[in-house]
Write a protein that binds this ligand. Structure first.
Ligand code: 5GP
Length: 201
């Protein structure tokens, strides 16, 4: 029997492919939901409010912090990002798994509160490839790319505090690895408690 949903926390530097990876995984694995964060960052041209993020003003975000509406939040690349308490309902009430794609500061806050969560770090094959990917996607300014690369270098050192590491060289392989991690975690005690009526467990 599933006691409650599992919290899967994924961190990765910008450009490591976490958005593609998390989108693909929720398409192929049942009962896992992508957590939609709040941010004060401006939406990119292809982003939809309420689907990719809840885009809010700085004043609104700060009011939410004051009202304890976040289970974690952080200032990333000069903008606020946070996971609202409400997002956890799916884990606690509906017993479904939740996939959080958040930065290393947010993951650190969650690790203290949710020790049973599963923490996964995605690494690019090299910094050179990361830079190429950031430039290729063409959504960030030169200044932004430089800032993201600097943050990436700092963030990669945190991989040791995660339970699993995926090197995203080939997206299909990385999706396969993430899927295996999810399935393994679903069999792990106490995420799973067997109920066999003819056995006293
Ligand atoms: P981006 O601007 O590229 O969408 O995201 C920038 C960074 O913020 C990424 O590392 C992303 O994982 C992180 N991020 C997105 N949502 C959250 C959140 O709710 N909390 C935290 N701590 N980081 C987040």
């Amino acid at each position: 029997m599933k006691a409650k949903g599992i919290l899967f926390v994924v961190s990765a530097p910008s450009g490591a492919g976490k958005t593609t990876l998390s989108r693909k995984i929720t398409e192929i694995v049942d009962n896992i939901h992508h957590s939609i964060s709040h941010t004060t960052r401006a939406p990119r041209p292809d982003e939809i409010d309420g689907r990719h993020y809840h885009f809010v003003s700085k004043a609104k975000f700060e009011e939410m912090i004051k009202n304890d509406e976040f289970i974690e939040w952080a200032l990333v690349h000069g903008n606020y990002y946070g996971t609202s308490v409400r997002n956890l309902d799916i884990v606690q009430k509906e017993k479904k798994d939740l996939l959080l794609v958040i930065d290393v500061q947010g993951a650190e806050q969650l690790r203290k509160k949710y020790k049973n969560g599963c923490y996964i770090f995605i690494l690019p094959p090299s910094m050179e490839i990361l830079e190429k990917r950031l430039r290729k996607r063409g959504v960030d300014s030169e200044e932004d790319i430089k800032r993201r690369l600097k943050t990436a270098e700092e963030e990669t050192h945190h991989y040791k505090t995660y339970n699993y590491i995926i090197i995203n060289d080939n997206i299909d392989e990385a999706v396969g690895q993430l899927k295996s991690i999810i399935f393994a975690e679903r069999c792990r005690y106490p995420n799973f408690i067997p109920e066999l009526p003819d056995l006293k467990l």
